[in-house]
Design a protein around this ligand. Sequence first.
Ligand code: PGA
Length: 255
Amino acid sequence: MNKQKRTPVIAGNWKMNKTPAETFAFINEVKPLVADADCKVVFCVPFVDLAPAIEAAKGSNIAIGAQNCHFEKSGAFTGEISAEMLKSMDVEYVIIGHSERRQYFAETNETVNKRTRAALAEGLKVILCVGETLAEREAGITSEIVSMQLKVALNGISADELENIIIAYEPVWAIGTGKTATSDQAEEVCAILRNLVKELYSENEAEKIVIQYGGSMNAGNADELLSKPDVDGGLIGGASLKSNDFSIIVKAASK
Ligand code: PGA
């Protein structure tokens, strides 16, 4: 399948980092560094940082995303934010099903599916995360785990809606650990996921869908990871908090 048909997406996932004032300053600092990017550039920031991020990114090639949303439109869900709320403030992207949400906040494949559907219904673009733990990799069930995660997450989602989904393959053992998957490991799983999209939808959808790798991607290893035929971008945690490192990854994706 032809990688050239897809535009790479480099997305920063700030997790619980940076205040609103730091956000405004950072986006202004990174703007000129990524201005000539030949890929999509996204920062997924904490909820309170969305407004200053959007303000600072105005008129630039940087899109702003959130890191989660609830599946109900409104109601008694203390501490939650709805997809409609995000859309109303011009947020473009939302990360759904990050492994930290699954691990610390009891996110399941079913709630990932519900959140994804709610986000798509509001017209948000979803960065949908899947990935195996170290124990699952060592047990030889990586393919089964990520396939199940993706299958359930995409349940009830049409081919048209799929155009607003980016898949992020993030092996849990590589997140924030400095242990990156080798480019061959990343390619192997990204290819499995693309093949599953082909089975569930069509060859055309499989060829179009952007699949990112995430997990300790940095300025030093991005080139090699992004050179793989099924790796179309990255979801970047730690390295997205530093403007220079992030811009080097954006350059690697722009080649
Ligand atoms: P990391 O995080 O780059 O710090 O490993 C990636 C992620 O969790 O999205």
